[in-house]
Design a protein around this ligand. Structure first.
Ligand SMILES: C[S@@+](CC[C@H](N)C(=O)[O-])C[C@H]1O[C@@H](n2cnc3c(N)ncnc32)[C@H](O)[C@@H]1O
Length: 286
């Protein structure tokens, strides 16, 4: 058995659909009932919902291992640890089909695992992930690409994503037996860290794990943002993802004064889907 800590680096899956009649899609994937989502999709992945929030445009769930966003024709699911994210593809496609929705694109990405030996099939090797994903997708998806990016991030994604590692991530530890709920402790951390000020217009759903670990989703109109922190010494990890250039610039700009330096930047292009920008920040060498 591999000696490992918690794998903070998320696997990320993004699925896009269109309806038989796009004008009538309406709530689309949001019509998927919670029981189906929980029992068919999240159980296959091996995670659960710990908190949720929604607005006119989409539903956002904080998961025991990261986040899930359900838009009418798009699903984004990020999971970390030893979750089996690719096992969600088949049940998601089945449910989407029952709602009259057809898959138009699928993007799966992940970074290099800190503890690769701890990952179960199909995440045990990059090759197995590619084959498993290929087998789960309909043959009608004609353009396929699996690539290793120069920054050593094996697959690429479309979204503005920032990931930063540091050995001394601000300790988001809870006091032993503090008696607070995960929601209450999460709210306090959102305030103490200033995360709530990144986008004051966003509605935030946050959760603090016991004894440590922090997750939040922000929803602002049709745009999501999400932050996850694994503060344990030796395998600390934090990630930030948002849609929209303004918020991204503000957060990236706040990292250098904190002692973080941008170590790598990678760009990948997806025909008909846009560009992916990746920046990796690590603690500045002393
Ligand atoms: C906040 S979650 C999400 C991690 C995320 N992907 C990241 O970027 O760091 C992981 C953190 O919560 C802690 N944790 C505590 N209880 C947990 C649970 N039941 N499931 C998952 N993580 C838990 C882990 O030890 C870790 O510090």
């Amino acid at each position: 058995m591999a000696v490992s800590g918690f794998e903070g680096f998320e696997k990320r899956l993004e699925l896009h659909f269109f309806g038989d009649d796009p004008k009538n899609v309406g709530l689309g994937l949001r019509l998927l009932d919670f029981e189906s989502l929980d029992e068919d999709v999240l159980q296959a992945v091996q995670c659960t919902v710990v908190s949720a929030v929604a607005n006119h445009y989409f539903d956002a769930y904080v998961l025991s291992e990261s986040s899930l966003f359900v838009y009418p024709t798009k699903i984004i699911i990020k999971t970390c640890g030893t979750t089996q994210l690719l096992k969600s593809v088949a049940p998601l496609l089945r449910h989407a089909s029952s709602l009259g929705l057809t898959l138009t694109s699928c993007r799966y990405t992940r970074g290099n695992f800190i503890f690769p030996g701890a990952q179960p099939f199909p995440h045990d090797t990059f090759q197995n992930e590619v084959v498993y994903l290929e087998d789960s997708l309909p043959h009608s998806l004609c353009y396929r690409k699996a690539s290793v990016m120069p920054s050593k991030i094996p697959l690429a994604l479309v979204a503005r994503v920032l990931r930063f590692h540091r050995s001394d991530v601000v300790s988001l530890q809870r006091g032993p037996g503090d008696g607070k709920s995960g929601d209450t402790a999460g709210k306090e951390m959102t305030e103490i860290t200033g995360i709530g000020e990144i986008n004051p217009g966003a509605l935030i759903c946050d959760f603090a794990f016991d004894p440590c670990g922090y997750s939040m989703n922000g929803i602002d109109g049709d745009r999501h943002s999400t932050i996850h922190v694994t503060p344990e010494d030796g395998f600390s990890y934090a990630s930030f993802e948002c849609v929209g250039h303004e918020v991204w610039t503000r957060v990236a700009g706040a990292l250098e004064p904190l002692g973080m330096k941008c170590r790598s930047c990678a760009l990948d292009e997806f025909p008909a889907a846009g560009n992916v920008a990746y920046q990796t920040f690590t603690a500045r060498r002393k």
